[in-house]
Design a protein around this ligand. Sequence first.
Ligand code: FPP
Length: 252
Amino acid sequence: MELKDKIDLNRLPKHIAIIMDGNGRWAKQQGKERIFGHQNGVESVRDTTEAAAELGVKFLTLYAFSTENWNRPKPEVQALMSLLVESIRNELPELHKNSIRLQAIGNLQMLPPRAYERLMEAIEDTKDNNRMTLVLALSYSAKWELIQAVKNIAKDVQSGDLNIDDINEQLISDGLTTKGIPDPELLIRTSGETRVSNFLLWQIAYAELYFTEVFWPDFRKKDLYQAILNFQQRERRFGMTSEQLLSDNGKV
Ligand code: FPP
């Protein structure tokens, strides 16, 4: 039985988020520049996106560039931005073929104008695709996003448009860049690092975390299947007991 066939399609995570890590180390292992790792990481993005869409996952969020990544050496930042612009252009036919809609979260105004324009064009161009939404986190950090949300809420309170007692989970969720996107149920990080690194901190409150030693440029469909199978073996209790869960499902 193939790995893919072991997946229960009725219990797929609706939203998978991935911290793509290890590009630099992968390249270094081969005596190459870090950018070589990023270039090869594009193939992993393609393979993983296709696998998720084929299975029926509805949202896939990829951490492509953090606000902290701006502090990397200038040539690496420039190379990453060029790669992004190039990839978005090259992947458009594939996105359409699989009916994938592109979205982006993060401080997008920070992107170089060319990258920003390409991104906006691709988002507009794919807006009617409805099989899966691919969300690119670009110049993104969860703390940045939470600060924006808090500022906007404070402004509404100050102006009298919002009562403090009306601040609730939904209001905060709606103030984040992920508004309208369900929270990820599965968060994957590659390369053996076991940190969350300022990614979707609010949204992953109940996500299952999955860490793999595989470096991102080596990540392929089978690795995604493995992560989903691992997810399906876990019991998600949301603070309840196993017994409660079972009786809620009518099994007890
Ligand atoms: C982390 O590896 C990876 C990144 C910061 C960039 C990810 C970008 C891509 C895969 C390329 C293009 C993306 C899209 C969406 C088309 P790292 O450099 O931190 O690796 P290291 O931890 O080994 O140094």
